[in-house]
Design a binder for this molecule. Structure first.
Ligand code: CAA
Length: 271
């Protein structure tokens, strides 16, 4: 199948890698060449790690091409949108790509925007839904498949099967609520962790999360890992929609350029 991925950041490149590893032809799109280069470097690094686990990096790489030309979305059977978490940015990207290929199923990797709201931007909302992968997509089995009010049953069932065929564990989400399922839990944990910062360091809180709660990564490590700018945007969306996700330190950190792992500095020093 021909797969088109909009956005070559951490999530877009990782999702593209997942499809290519399952044998699909993938085109990775971004507006900037340097973003594509970074995305391909990250795929190369990940495939290098997986080489000892039976993956042939060259075979997978051969199935991935890059482009800055959106017209190349024509002829794709599946399009995954993984651009910046912002309603306008996602809306513009979805409007443009959905006008080019009307037969494709389009999935958005949004973590916080309602699928029904995003579906207003696409030409055929029946063929649009949420496909929420988790970071790092190549290692995380779970994918939330979210049905918007207008998503057809056919599109929903087809996508659940497609995720199964990728070796993923699709979680069908029929209620398009803020945070879907996973982030409704996770954002509350982040809120609790952030409220502890008055008395404890991020490292102390993470120690407890990992040692006592058995999480594979501490909560502040996870905030850094998914990006403080993305999480700051999500707290704003949460506030607007009355969902309890607060983390007051994020604003100052983002304004100071501390974006987490991607900028080498956040709650942790990743350099
Ligand atoms: N590709 C290939 N290999 C990778 C990799 C990737 N993307 N990322 C890490 N690895 C490798 C590591 O380099 C390491 O290799 P070596 O053994 O050669 O050193 C190996 O995998 C194991 O990694 P770790 O030692 O770090 O061990 P781990 O068991 O902790 O696995 C992890 C890493 C899967 C990321 C784990 O830490 C984890 O599950 N973390 C939590 C991730 C999570 O919760 N993600 C969801 C975030 S929320 C989100 O994404 C959505 C949102 O909406 C905000």
């Amino acid at each position: 199948m021909k797969i088109f991925i909009l956005g070559s950041g951490v999530m877009g490149s990782g999702i593209g890698q997942v499809f290519a590893m399952a044998g699909h032809e993938v085109t990775l799109y971004d507006v900037r060449e340097d973003a594509l280069k970074k995305g391909m470097e990250s795929i190369g690094w990940s495939l290098g790690k997986l080489a000892s686990k039976g993956v042939n990096p060259d075979e997978v790489m051969k199935r991935i091409s890059t482009t800055t030309n959106l017209q190349e979305a024509k002829g794709s059977s599946t399009i995954i949108e993984a651009v910046y978490e912002d309603l306008k940015v996602k809306g513009d990207a979805l409007r443009a790509v959905s006008a080019l290929e009307k037969d494709a199923v389009i999935g958005s990797n949004t973590s916080s925007l309602p699928i029904t709201e995003l579906s207003r931007y696409v030409v055929i909302p029946e063929r649009f839904l949420g496909t929420h992968f988790f970071n790092p997509p190549v290692l995380m089995k779970l994918v939330e498949v979210i049905k918007g009010d207008l998503t057809s049953e056919e599109t929903f069932n087809h996508t659940v099967s497609l995720m199964n065929s990728l070796g993923k564990y699709p979680l069908p989400v029929r209620k398009d609520v803020f945070g879907f399922v996973v982030n409704r839990i996770l954002f509350r944990l982040f809120t609790s962790a952030c409220s502890l910062l008055e008395r404890y360091s991020p490292q102390e809180v993470d120690y407890v999360a990992m040692r006592e709660l058995g999480m594979p990564m501490g909560l502040f490590m996870l905030l850094d890992y998914t990006g403080l700018d993305v999480n700051y945007y999500i707290t704003k969306e949460a506030e607007r929609r009355g969902f309890p996700f607060r983390c007051s330190v994020l604003e100052a950190m983002v304004k100071a350029g501390k974006l987490g792992r991607k900028s080498n500095l956040g709650f942790y020093d990743w350099s």
